[in-house]
Design a binder for this molecule. Structure first.
Ligand SMILES: [Fe+2]
Ligand SMILES: [Fe+2]
Length: 163
């Protein structure tokens, strides 16, 4: 059920990317159609208060990045700033989570660490984006990061809790 929810969300995010409402600034339709990429729900909690708080915050940072991208057609540095926030917080969360799962002796830890690394590498690609044309690519990256995060929290992080 969770997996199908992820797939459904990814489809709607991709549809959004193809939408005319995604482009241009100062267009009133943008605010009407802009919606959060990721909505936090209590059922997403893995049951470890500190880590759940981190997940909630990560959802919120990715949403900020997404909504900012919907509102603009140029990048005058904000993308880099928000990306650095995302990277710094992801790093902070991953470190805390990795300590937690190491303490639990989670056997699939190496694979889990590799997933965290992949996220950081993809997020770091934002830092290379400087002009308008490239901003289009950034929208695809945000959707990728959003769906990665949702899938990771709902499917992968859950595994170390139930072991
Ligand atoms: Fe996590
Ligand atoms: Fe994780």
């Amino acid at each position: 059920m969770i997996a199908s929810y992820c797939a459904e969300l990814a489809v709607s995010m991709h549809a959004m990317i193809g939408s005319k409402y995604f482009y241009g600034t100062g267009d009133k339709r943008l605010t009407e159609f802009a919606m959060a990429l990721l909505d936090w729900k209590d059922e997403y909690a893995v049951g470890v208060a500190e880590l759940d708080e981190h997940h909630r915050r990560l959802f919120s940072i990715v949403n900020d990045l997404y909504l900012e991208c919907l509102k603009t057609d140029h990048n005058n540095g904000w993308l880099g700033d928000k990306t650095r926030d995302l990277l710094a917080y992801a790093d902070y969360h991953f470190s805390a989570e990795e300590r937690y799962i190491a303490d639990k002796g989670y056997v699939e830890m190496p694979g889990h660490l590799q997933m965290h690394e992949t996220f950081k590498q993809r997020a770091a690609q934002f830092l290379q984006i400087e002009n308008r044309e490239e901003l289009e690519r950034s929208k695809e990256l945000i959707v990728y990061l959003g769906s990665w995060l949702l899938h990771h929290v709902l499917e992968e992080d859950r595994k170390y809790v139930v072991m």
